[in-house]
Ligand binder design. Structure first.
Ligand code: CA
Length: 231
């Protein structure tokens, strides 16, 4: 399967190094990119630098607790949508964290099985990055199958280059969202790519052409001074 866009980025926040590394190792084995933080402040810095697609967040952290990190991220509009899986030592803590309404998306009690935690991470990605876990995306009459790498519009199959495919997958994951050219560069080309933002315009142009080959309205909106959106 060709990656529909760059690998999902998972941020692991855990102060105990051995546990952090076991988690990171297993997430990397699943094909995810991993960033790490050893305390709450570092976690907030990591998120500001490079917003992850999922956060695995330990409750017990020095300085700023996991609960506080969760609360702060869920208060900010720009980070509210990032799914957070909270790790806690006891099930009573899970009850408490739920009661505190921190907004965590899922809770896992320690000691957890790695297999189960990986399944929970994938479940969150199905919501936040559906194409990255092979879901079929549908927007109006456009259908993108990330597993078979097929795109159809109406009953016609569309031939897209790999970059246009990743670009469309990214846009279809979040219809209506306005993406800046920098965000699209990061998501579609990868964060190590040092490319001019005009590259994005070139490929959006190609994608538009491919989508309109057999007629139909242009589903991509150019947002002046901002970037692009689907729908
Ligand atoms: Ca801890």
């Amino acid at each position: 399967m060709m990656a529909p866009s760059r690998a999902p980025l998972v941020l692991v926040v855990e102060d105990e190094e051995a546990q952090r590394e076991v988690l990171a190792y297993n997430l990397e084995a699943e094909g995810f990119d991993v960033s790490r933080a050893a305390d709450g402040e570092e976690a907030l810095d990591r998120v500001a630098e490079m917003p992850p697609d999922v956060i695995v967040l330990d409750w017990m952290l020095p300085h700023v607790s996991g609960i506080e990190v969760c609360r702060r991220l869920k208060l900010k509009p720009e980070t509210r949508g990032v799914p957070i899986i909270m790790l806690s030592a006891r099930s009573e803590e899970v009850d408490r964290v739920r009661g505190l309404e921190t907004g965590a998306d899922d809770y896992v009690v320690k000691p957890y099985s790695i297999v189960e935690l990986m399944a929970r991470v994938r479940a969150q990605l199905r919501r936040s990055r559906p194409a990255s876990v092979g879901e079929v995306l549908v927007f109006e009459d456009i259908r993108l199958d990330a597993e078979t790498h097929r795109v159809t519009r109406g009953d016609r199959e569309l031939k897209l280059g790999p970059t246009e495919f990743r670009l469309l997958a990214t846009l279809m994951e979040k219809p209506g969202r306005v993406w800046t050219r920098e965000q699209l560069l990061d998501r579609v080309w990868g964060r190590e790519a040092f490319l001019d933002t005009r590259t994005v315009d070139v490929h959006v142009g190609r994608l538009r052409k491919a989508l309109g080959r057999h007629g139909g309205e242009d589903p991509i909106r150019t947002v002046r001074g901002a970037g692009y959106a689907l729908g």
